[in-house]
Design a protein around this ligand. Structure first.
Ligand SMILES: [Zn+2]
Length: 213
């Protein structure tokens, strides 16, 4: 892979980073939201809230400062000819919906069919986390994870299934509890070969079937 494509999107977007407000401006914006909610930001319980929220944002949205592709650059080729699918299931993630800033809590299942190189299994979880810790819609999160793995490892196929509970649905609006959204991105063999797809779905416990699809 070329040097240029190793550069993190966050670093590439120089214009975006230079537009980044100061910490003080971010805290002031939180004070405005507290007033908008109907409270008094100067009362004791809320006095440090803007700082805490700014710090929480650094944590929740830390994915903008990392390059997910970089996690996949260190690969292993001595796998004794192993060429069956590799699946990491039940990768728990916390993300935030880009429409309401509400949490999306879920699990991702990631599989790929290696050609001649594999990555350390924890790296797949790192990729999930890097994209989850950004403002997201589930479909985009799903596609980004799959395409990142496809682009860097160039395997015979990639499958990513995500089950997510969206708190913008459970705590506001339609107030639907216990609803899980299931999305999937299937590339290469997982898309073209029904047997491969079926094997993957069976390994991850077939969430789409459980949800009545
Ligand atoms: Zn939302």
């Amino acid at each position: 892979m070329s040097e240029a494509s190793k550069i993190a999107p966050a670093v590439r977007d120089v214009s975006l980073r230079s537009l980044r407000p100061s910490r003080g401006e971010a805290e002031e914006a939180v004070r405005a939201l507290l007033r908008w909610a109907g409270d008094d930001p100067s009362r004791e319980g809320l006095r440090d809230t803007p700082q805490r929220v700014a710090r929480a944002f650094e944590d929740w949205f830390s994915g903008y400062t990392v390059d997910p592709e970089a996690f996949l650059l260190r690969t292993f080729e001595e796998v004794e000819g192993y060429d069956d699918m590799i699946v990491l299931r039940d990768i728990r993630f916390e993300s935030h919906c880009e429409h309401h800033l509400a949490p999306i809590i879920g699990r991702a299942h990631v599989g790929y069919l290696p050609t001649n190189k594999v990555v350390g299994i924890s790296k797949l979880a790192r990729v999930v986390e890097a994209y989850a810790r950004r403002l997201q819609v589930q479909e985009k999160l799903n596609a980004q994870i799959a395409h990142c793995i496809q682009n860097v490892l160039e395997p015979k196929g990639v499958a990513v299934v995500i089950e997510g509970a969206h708190q913008c649905m459970t705590t506001r609006g339609v107030h639907k509890h216990g609803v899980t959204m299931v999305t999937s991105t299937l590339l290469g063999e997982f898309r073209n070969n029904p047997l491969t797809r079926r094997e993957f779905l069976s390994v991850i416990g077939n969430p789409a079937v459980q949800n009545g699809a």
